[in-house]
Ligand binder design. Sequence first.
Ligand code: MG
Length: 369
Amino acid sequence: MQLKVKQVELVHVRIPLHEPFRISTAEVSVKDAIVLRVETSVGVGWGEASPMAGDFYVAETPESSWEALTTSLIPALQRHGAVTCEQVADALEPMSDQAFARAGLESALWHAAAAARGKPLWALLGGRNRPIASGVAVGITDTIDELVDKVDGYVGEGYRRVKIKIKPGWDVEPVAALRERFADVPLMVDANAAYTLDQADVFEALDRYDLMMFEQPLAGDALDDLAALQQRVTTPICLDESAETLEAVQRIISKGSGRIINIKIQRVGGLQRARQMHDLAASANLPCWLGTMPELGIASAQGLHLATLDNFAFPTDVESSARWFVDDLLEPPIVIDAAGMLHIPDGPATGYRVNPDKIAKYAVKRACV
Ligand code: MG
């Protein structure tokens, strides 16, 4: 299906988090996102460009996404001839290095195409209708007791695996405490690139705790060191910050830098690139899972559809909307069942409806291009 972009409404929304989220490099207490309502030649689609405020995790910010969308990406696509969803990423990539902005616009076209065809998004993406296992991500806490209490609550809610953030000085001890309390819970750690190969002994120590994976133990570009670390531990290394582009995933495969890929739609610039990354990883027998920034509901719902592809083999970081945010923009809200599974509602596109009243409530800036 060919589409042409007509008019785009952008709204910068800001929704408070229930509590600040702390990782090895930063802390954040609100969720910012740029919501896009894109009118195309076949109907309306919704997208979300979803960087965190400030320099949390990545250099891209809500302001830089806004700038790229309004001055470059949207005008370029309006001038462009009709495109298929598969072609949008190629059209946008030369225009801007702002991957989150490209993802927001590109995903809206997929959404519009699915809605126009009356089909679920997963059908267009080549997925299959299946529930998706959800895992919980827990930030760094002040004390180990607080961490154990939090994990206890999330395990009780049904989450299918627990991921904790680690940093030097907060690694083996919290993992040991969790393993003592939760012997059988699927558990993993995410270092957000906080270590160097000189600290490999930490991961050799963590190797004893039957973890599912070590997520991004070393710097994103340290592919040789990651390969060396993978040789020294049996726990699979999962790459997140390292897996920014298809070329990067190809290098990861060639060097043996890890055995699992965390694919984030925002970071890679949209659904098509994420799908290509999934396929490339599958061709090298590297299982994947769908990571998050985390996004609000519009982008999370699109992520769930992508996560129905076969090589997404581990629980996703998409959690219940209410886990992070005091409110969300979707109806119904995204929510796990008692067994920790996410079920995509029936219906065309994502199966979820965007609530314009909620967008108005949390809007901090609007524009029409
Ligand atoms: Mg990560």
